[in-house]
Ligand binder design. Sequence first.
Ligand code: C5P
Length: 227
Amino acid sequence: MKKITIAIDGHSSTGKSTAAKELAKALNYIYVDTGAMYRAMTYFALKNGFFENDVLNETRLIQSLDDVDLSFEYDQSKEKSIILLNGENVENFIRQMDVANKVSYVAKIPEVRHKLVKIQQKIGEKGGLVMDGRDIGSVVFPEAELKIFMTATANERAKRRFNELKGSSSDLNFDEVLANVQERDLIDSSRETSPLIQTDDAVKLDNTNLTKEEQADVLLKLAMKQI
Ligand code: C5P
């Protein structure tokens, strides 16, 4: 069977990662969560004090890019890939609101994108992967055989994110989560370098009213048509 490249892009909190992971598992493909890479970069910037009074000192981050090594390691027990920042497992830190609130500012920087896109292209050079993000079909793998653009209403997405995070954060507030989802959409779609767009050849999938199972079924059928 042909090993294809599947690009899944779309708005924040549309469930891209879960869907991409399941699809990769069904096809026995590699799954790459590029959002985790931008989040890990943001965690690095926060940890090193590159946000001064909440404003990112872009020069300091750009000057430190050579000190950042990002890689993935498969955790057998959790059946998922873990992101490593300079060898340290940072999974638990990168999903928190402090990172979510800052990540789009880090992801706007062309030098950051250049570095991460190169890593992503290297990981996927042999095909046989599902990669999710914002610019996978437009920039990272413009030749991908299947491109999906996932979306859902902002309210539905914030509801899902809120339910996911509330277990780990006691002072979580729904309006804050909704505002974060909307703000990230706006910054991601309006930035100059690789904005979030639906390419002409992408299949739009609005999952507001779809169950996970229905969505998985649609995705697998679309993939099988290309293989
Ligand atoms: O996918 P996730 O919500 O974890 O991504 C976090 C943020 O990383 C996005 O809001 C976006 O700013 C950035 N991102 C990006 N390009 C990608 C993946 C994520 O700009 N390919």
